[in-house]
Design a protein around this ligand. Structure first.
Ligand code: F6P
Length: 353
């Protein structure tokens, strides 16, 4: 009887960029659906950093069971290191991991970084899973994490309305989203915020002032304003709070809610406060919608591995999870059309946008 065992095929799983609720769902669903194939599945720790350092952990069903319920990522992630200028170091580190293929859940920074290595001639067998709470990736109709982020915004606006009205105040709530206003618009709409300001539609300060004055004159005690972190007045530009050295996208935006609250007090004499929701938007347990998306994506990823279909992404199109070229995810951010149906919906509800 032979004692030699056949080496199992080795697949890597990586989560890169800012975390998004649902990443653990992708990990659990993928590992569960791959289980019948008896592969060796390794999780790369901390995104690209784990590739550079060769750090990974074994993944099996027992290790991932129940993870879907939690935000964050059990593998860790990082949005601080890219591959620019380090292409050959990255390619060598990756080769050392001896992977048959890599499943990467990430955003534009992750795919841009991996494509740099791919373009460098590496024969990397990759399956891409689009991820960002910002919902601004091209190639997919929606990204998981976005619905959960909107839920945080809507729940916060609905809760803050009580104190705003108790004190006769305007409360300005700042959301994430950088150049795209999806979270501000989705969360603002779901909570019927009185004002929704998004980067794609620079606002007219005079029109905003008149809207607030009219609300107060109508007897309203409080008003809720939702502003995306990249929103600005006509002729203005996004407010950069600080830079993260080495990050593929080094600018971090912020500070617009506080600035706007002071402006509201000055211009309307309506007392104002501000709240920055920040990373709470990334840390809530995933909504059912996000769980359905990640379960279906994980199962599709496993099918692609079993069919040996690498070099593609799983995406959501017309309400279904399907496959698309990886390059579809590497295009400029997917912004909100200025006359998008959600914009029209907000207008029809009498909200300022
Ligand atoms: O891309 C996701 C995102 O959450 C942006 O909306 C936000 O501007 C940024 O990440 C914040 O990044 P960090 O976690 O580095 O503060």
């Amino acid at each position: 009887m032979s004692t030699s065992s056949t080496k199992r095929r080795r697949i890597g799983l990586l989560t890169g960029g800012g975390d998004a609720p649902g990443l653990n769902g992708i990990i659990e669903a993928t590992v569960r659906a791959l289980a019948p194939m008896n592969l060796e599945i390794v999780g790369i720790c901390d995104g690209f950093e784990g590739i550079y350092d060769g750090r990974c952990i074994p993944l099996d069903v027992e290790r991932v069971r129940g993870a879907h319920n939690f935000a964050g990522t059990l593998l860790g992630t990082s949005n601080k290191s890219g591959t620019k200028g380090r292409e050959s170091e990255f390619a060598q580190a990756l080769a050392k991991l001896q992977l048959e293929g890599l499943i990467a859940a990430g955003g534009d920074g992750t795919f841009e970084g991996l494509s740099r290595v791919l373009n460098g001639g590496q024969n990397l067998r990759l399956i891409g899973v689009p991820k960002t709470i910002d919902n601004d990736l091209q190639g997919t109709d929606v990204t998981f994490g976005f619905d959960t982020a909107c839920a945080v915004v809507a729940e916060s606006v609905d809760a803050l309305r009580a104190t705003a009205e108790a004190h006769r105040r305007v409360i300005v709530v700042e959301t994430m989203g950088r150049t795209a206003g999806w979270i501000a618009l989705g969360g603002g709409l779901a909570s019927y915020a009185d004002v929704i300001l998004i980067p794609e539609r620079p606002y007219d300060p005079e029109a905003l002032k008149q809207h607030l004055l009219k609300l107060r004159a109508s007897g309203r005690r409080g008003a809720m304003v939702v502003i995306g972190e990249g929103a600005h007045a006509k002729g203005g530009k996004p407010r950069v709070a600080f830079h993260v050295a080495g990050s593929p996208q080094s600018e971090r935006l912020g500070g617009v809610a506080e600035e706007l609250a002071r402006w509201v007090e000055r211009e309307t004499q309506w007392e104002a406060r501000h709240v920055v929701l920040g990373h709470l938007q990334r840390s809530r347990h995933p909504t059912t919608t996000d769980r359905f998306i990640t379960a279906a994506m994980g199962v599709e990823v496993a099918r692609m591995v079993s069919e040996n279909q690498w070099g593609q992404a799983v995406v959501v199109r017309d309400g279904r999870v399907t496959r698309a070229p990886l390059t579809d995810l590497m295009k400029p951010a997917r912004l909100i059309d200025t006359d998008h149906r959600w914009v029209k919906l907000a207008q029809a509800l009498g909200l300022f946008i």
